[in-house]
Design a protein. Structure first.
Lengths: 161, 161
């Protein structure tokens, strides 16, 4: 089985970051794996980090909070946000903050496009400035997203099997 | 008494909108008038609309929802969002959606800068696209903001008196 590619586009001079990833699974299967609090720690974040999910309450007004930890150095990273829109298997809109870049909150949308048994997941992030977007890209955004998408794919394969 | 000016800057080709407004009151006074659910309906929105505030829960993860109504035409406008950050008298970060432009959610920050007994309120909004920002400006964003800031100022004068 080949791995579907994940593309991250961060056009210079804009505060946007766009991701596209296809899955060989239905929007319902992708949405479930992505939002079930018991499953989130198994796909979210870079592979080399250990993930603790403190809260993942996927509903409008719900909050999430998680702490990836580098087992080699012991360094912890703290992320948090709130959900603005949750339309099951269709659309999620949420805020996103890396607490080390405090105040630099971004807004992310994830659209689940139905390809007829397959799914195209379309992510769009907007940052409060071009510089904040550039800093997040420089701090390993692509690694985190690519690993997350590949791990999500593997998790869906297990749960759909 | 002269009215302090409100400036709105929407630089062409960017998804940002920036507002600056000074108040002859402390950050604590401005923050209180801006966030007290009992006071919000008295300052929020254009003067010519009647405001119904259904919810205004100013805390991280809290939601707000309000409906300005044009008494002449009966037209209602529905707005909603969630609060991501609430630092008393310092910083508010919240999502913002006009439900008629559904899915076009923006993220707003409001910083309360202490000028020593006076306050500079600095607003920064970022939209998911340049087009979404332009559409909001075209739909009367400036009128809503200028009226809101002037009415907030009048309310503070009453409550500080």
């Amino acid at each position: 089985m080949t791995t579907n590619p994940t593309t991250l586009t961060a056009t210079p001079g804009t505060p946007f970051a766009d991701t596209v990833r296809e899955f060989d699974a239905t929007p319902e299967q992708v949405f479930r794996a992505q939002t079930d609090p018991d499953l989130v720690a198994h796909w979210l974040g870079p592979r080399k980090l250990e993930m603790t999910v403190l809260e993942y309450d996927v509903r409008p007004g719900g909050s999430y909070r998680y702490i990836p930890r580098d087992p080699a150095s012991g360094t912890e990273y703290r992320f948090r946000g709130v959900f603005h829109t949750v339309e099951k298997s269709v659309l999620i809109i949420q805020t996103f903050e890396w607490e080390s870049a405090s105040g630099q909150v971004s807004l992310e949308s994830s659209r689940f496009e139905d390809l007829g048994g397959r799914t195209r997941l379309i992510g769009h992030s907007v940052f409060p400035s071009v510089e904040a977007r550039d800093a997040m890209v420089d701090n390993g955004m692509e690694r985190g997203i690519v690993d997350s998408m590949n791990r999500l794919d593997e998790l869906i394969a297990v749960h759909a099997g």
